[in-house]
Design a protein around this ligand. Structure first.
Ligand SMILES: C[S@@+](CC[C@H](N)C(=O)[O-])C[C@H]1O[C@@H](n2cnc3c(N)ncnc32)[C@H](O)[C@@H]1O
Length: 400
């Protein structure tokens, strides 16, 4: 190995042993994998103890891997000998800049950019909702190395906090409040922002293990989320690739479906009902199914000729019908604004909590029929799923 690479790795080891390490960046990659751009390394506190989190930045995705201090030092040596031409080590004592040329290399020592270490310990209080310094927020690009929420991620951060506040409140107020081994499913988990936050919150604040499964159709998102979950030692969190409609998981305590596109929300709600979930939380997104079908009643024809009004009516009818269908299945429902519209246009939230008896199916059914006939609606996905399965008698525990 190049002598300067050895010295650079020795400085890394020293900074780790004296707790002066701040971060490390490898760049100017000339190796075989042309999609690899750079690697940033920072210290994180995981359930397994202190680790260095390597974030490999590729053209279109990030890959995350956690290594022990010793493994990390060996890995840096290897990476600097196999394609990375620049290394920048930041410690509270000095900055080190390594440049590797074709014939020789240069190691420069400079004044420290950072005189204090970013906080790494997950020293969390019992009741916190979300720790802005949590490593998954860094891995997902929401927060900076020193635990500050990035300027461009403030809306996402607000949304995550609001979501956890609502979900935690619902669980706290429900019969599953103290249930051991809480089972949660997130349908259409996407990049996993809300899934990680939910897992981290419940895993930290409950006395027993929890199991959370994210279901997502896009394999690259499933892979990256599984890597972050593994790197963070989130043993009860996993992501599976597939369609919501194909996913069967047995009984579930909480089902969430946030911004699952169009009728994917209906598939998710149906799965929640079939899995006998105590709590179902959905933030529906795009309401195309009914928009195509609506024939306005004569009284509204002059208003619903405007696209924007038709759009809003489709949204109101879709989410309204969904809530009535859930009521018919024994749930109490609430529809409300999740976060203000200036933060996201997709801001309706539908919450359904399982009731203990007192179910008036005929009342909900009558309201559904009236709405459908008034607006010329033939078919609504959730209703169809429920009636198909009612015929097959596969929803036995629910239909009272
Ligand atoms: C708008 S994103 C929302 C992601 C995440 N729930 C959030 O709120 O940040 C919707 C995600 O659902 C996934 N999705 C849509 N339809 C799906 C289906 N039928 N089965 C599984 N995943 C689906 C999409 O690939 C996408 O990643």
């Amino acid at each position: 190995m190049d002598e300067n690479v050895d010295k650079f790795v020795a400085e890394l080891r020293k900074s780790l042993s004296t707790a002066a390490f701040v971060k490390l960046i490898l760049s100017n990659y000339k190796g075989e994998d042309r999609r690899l751009q750079k690697i940033s390394v920072r210290q994180v506190e995981t359930k397994k103890g202190s680790r260095l989190m390597f974030q490999f930045r590729f053209e279109t995705r990030d890959v995350v891997k956690n290594l022990s201090h010793e493994e990390a030092a060996a890995e840096i040596g290897k990476l600097l000998s196999s394609g990375f031409r620049s290394g920048h080590l930041f410690t509270t004592e000095n900055d080190f800049q390594l440049d590797i040329g074709k014939r020789n290399s240069r190691l420069k020592r400079g004044k420290p950019t950072f005189i204090a270490k970013p906080p790494v310990a997950h020293d969390r209080e019992k009741t916190r909702l979300i720790d802005p310094n949590a490593f998954y927020l860094k891995a997902l690009g929401i927060s900076t190395d020193d635990g500050r929420i990035k300027a461009g991620q403030q809306d996402k951060w607000r949304q995550i906090n609001k979501f956890i506040e609502i979900l935690a409140g619902l669980v706290e107020a429900s019969p599953i409040k103290d249930k051991p081994n809480l089972k949660i499913v997130d349908m259409g988990s996407g990049k996993g922002y809300l899934t990680f936050a939910a897992y981290d919150h419940f895993a930290h604040n409950r006395g027993s293990e929890i199991s959370l499964t994210g279901v997502e159709v896009r394999p690259e998102l499933v892979d990256s989320c599984n890597q972050i979950a593994e790197a963070g030692g989130f043993s009860g969190l996993k992501f599976v690739q597939g369609q919501i409609s194909d996913f069967d998981y047995g009984p579930v305590d909480v089902l969430i479906a946030l911004h699952a596109c169009d009728t994917a929300t209906d598939d998710a709600l149906y799965k929640g009902i079939a899995a006998n979930a105590s709590i179902i939380v959905a933030a529906p997104c795009c309401h195309k199914e009914l928009r195509k079908q609506i024939t306005p009643p004569a009284m509204l024809a002059g208003i619903l000729k405007h696209g924007v009004m038709l759009e809003r009516t489709a949204e109101t009818l879709t989410d309204g019908l969904r809530s009535l269908l859930l009521e018919g299945q024994g749930y109490a429902t609430k529809l409300f604004e999740f976060v203000p519209t200036e933060h996201t246009p997709k801001n309706n939230m539908l919450v359904a909590t399982k009731k203990n008896g007192g179910i008036d199916r005929s009342r909900a059914a009558a309201q559904i029929d009236q709405l459908k006939s008034s607006f010329g609606i033939g078919e609504q996905r959730l209703e169809k799923l429920l009636s198909d399965n009612e015929e097959k008698n596969t929803l036995t525990p629910l239909l009272v």
